[in-house]
Design a protein around this ligand. Structure first.
Ligand SMILES: *Cc1c(COP(=O)(O)O)cnc(C)c1O
Length: 237
């Protein structure tokens, strides 16, 4: 085993244990939580190593990186997630490679994704990125993106009605400097309201390396982990 493979193996074991512990605390089954490994800035060798260790879901936050890695990993049986801010003009490229887009935050993007998906004869699962800025310290509102909670129902209806798109649920990033438990409680109520209109939209993508447990105890179905799994990355993304 290379040193890197040993490191990734140990990190993955530690992360799986953290997820299992948080599930125990929450009275949930670990089967309810999918680990999405965020491989941004890390090389294809790491993608292959994680897949070899049984990681089935991988994520990127930049179109260029997704476009570079996903085709090289086509022999792996993995689901690709796109988790970054997305410009409409990049929608086609993202739809080509990603099975799930976590960052749907506006109507114009719904239109672009739908057009791309129908053109490529693909179906894309879309999560609505919800702004939790109201739970942050307030000095940097909206910095982490997302639709305002009050605008979720209209955006959800648009995704549900769009050809080529499937409404999957919600995604959020907890605000820096805020209380992640309060933020994820807020997200849980947005998610509950969404499910009452769209029962199939039951994914909650929440929790990163720093706030994994808070997210799982508040109902996260997908956790997006980068650093905890792959180590520190250069200050890019
Ligand atoms: C980078 C990133 C993550 C992973 O963050 P870590 O702190 O490295 O776990 C999760 N979600 C999004 C949207 C990201 O851009």
């Amino acid at each position: 085993m290379t040193d890197r493979l040993t490191e990734l193996t140990e990190n993955l074991e530690r992360v799986r244990r953290s997820i299992a512990d948080a599930c125990t605390t929450a009275g949930r089954s670990p089967d309810e939580v999918t680990l999405v490994a965020i491989t941004k800035t890390f090389p294809l060798d790491d993608v292959r190593a994680l897949a070899g260790l049984g990681v089935t879901d991988l994520g990127e936050n930049r179109e260029q990186e997704l476009k570079a890695k996903a085709p090289e990993a086509q022999d792996l049986d993995v689901t690709w997630h796109f988790v970054g801010q997305l410009q409409s003009k990049k929608a086609r490229s993202v739809v080509r490679y990603a099975d799930v887009v976590h960052s749907v935050d506006r109507l114009s993007l719904v239109t672009a994704l739908s057009r791309a998906a129908t053109g490529l004869e693909r179906s894309v699962r879309c999560l609505l990125q919800v702004s939790l800025a109201e739970y942050g310290p307030g000095d940097d509102p909206g910095s982490r993106g997302g639709v305002e909670p009050g605008d979720v129902p209209a955006l959800a209806d648009a995704v549900a009605a769009a050809d080529g798109l499937e409404l999957g649920g919600v995604m959020a990033v907890a605000p820096l400097g805020g209380d992640p438990e309060k933020a994820f409680d807020g997200l849980a109520s947005v998610a509950a309201r969404l499910r009452s209109d769209h029962p199939g939209a039951d994914w909650i993508s929440a929790g990163m390396s720093a706030d994994l447990e808070a997210a799982i105890t508040r109902g996260a179905t997908h956790v997006r982990l980068g650093r905890a799994l792959l180590g520190t990355r250069p200050v890019l993304g």
